[in-house]
Design a protein around this ligand. Structure first.
Ligand SMILES: [Zn+2]
Ligand SMILES: [Zn+2]
Length: 288
């Protein structure tokens, strides 16, 4: 808290101090992109090219029927040709629906997300809330919503940060500044992968298709017993198994990187930092 209140003077003298990047879910699988690349994302920018600076506060806006703010973060790469970006794989080009369109020729901005909220229950802020706000309701994202980049004034940014903080859902781990250290950054990305309801839902669907029902991959507890059916699926969580320390640059989360575990085993796996060893040890102890 309060981190964003300490704006340097130079920032408050700029006309535009922060950005909203808009994406259209009919053209690009935005939810899947944010869920599977929680460490580092790219957005195309077709205006304000010379004004967008490293360190600028940034929000992601989903257009369409569930429109609103779904992520926040910081600029880490200034607008750049697609061929020049640091992590080309993180462009997520496989997630275009149909033709990639003209955005390929736009500049791309690198962003480290620090909070991803795809659903209202994750703390996303719907368009209706922004529209009703006396300060933010006048922003172009509401009044002239065509385009991919929208600017925020200092006053608008402060108001938006306030709303964003108020809508934060505490899911057991804080929204840490991901630019602090490599370690924290990786830990944040790890949490975000595991807390992504989007990926969790896909993983459970796949698991049911393969195994018929959910069970813990550590202790073998099944959703069918002993819990009543309506509680069954809620006691399972996903655990990200790829070794974080070895990751070279932002990695896409695949369903095969996730293990289905019961809440108890998940706690135990994370009891110490030696997550991988913990999981192996528990599997040996508990497997039936
Ligand atoms: Zn278990
Ligand atoms: Zn885990």
């Amino acid at each position: 808290m309060g981190k964003h209140d300490k704006q340097p003077n130079a920032l408050s003298e700029r006309e535009h101090v922060a950005w909203i990047f808009q994406g259209n879910p009919d053209l690009y699988k935005i939810d899947e992109y944010l869920a599977s690349y929680p460490e580092w994302i790219y957005w195309s920018a077709n205006r304000y090219i010379s004004e967008i600076k490293i360190g600028d506060r940034t929000f992601i806006w989903r257009a369409g029927k569930d429109s609103g703010l779904i992520a926040s973060g910081k600029i880490v790469e200034e607008p750049m040709e697609e061929t020049g970006v640091k992590f080309p794989k993180a462009l997520g080009k496989e997630l275009w629906i149909g033709q990639e369109g003209e955005s390929r020729h736009d500049k791309h901005v690198g962003i480290i997300p620090d909070s991803i909220r795809l659903l209202p229950e994750d703390g996303m802020i719907s368009r209706s809330i922004i529209k009703a706000d006396p300060v933010l309701g006048k922003n172009h994202i509401i009044t002239v919503p065509q385009g991919r980049v929208f600017s925020l004034s200092y006053v608008e940014l402060n108001r938006l940060e306030e709303l964003w903080r108020n809508c934060q859902i505490d899911a057991g781990s804080p929204d840490i500044d991901p630019t602090d250290t490599e370690g924290t950054k990786r830990l944040c990305a790890h949490w975000r992968r595991e807390r992504s309801r989007f990926l969790g839902k896909l993983k459970k669907e796949e698991f049911r298709q393969i195994h018929g029902a959910l069970h813990c991959e550590v202790c073998a507890l099944s959703e069918k017993t002993p819990y009543p059916a309506e509680f069954g699926s809620r006691i399972f969580e996903v655990h990200h198994i790829s070794p974080l320390a070895e990751a070279q640059g932002p990695q896409k989360t695949k369903l095969s990187d996730l293990a289905l575990v019961c809440a108890n085993c998940h706690r135990a796996i994370h009891a110490t930092k030696e997550v991988e060893q913990n999981m192996l040890r528990l599997k040996k102890l508990l497997a039936k």
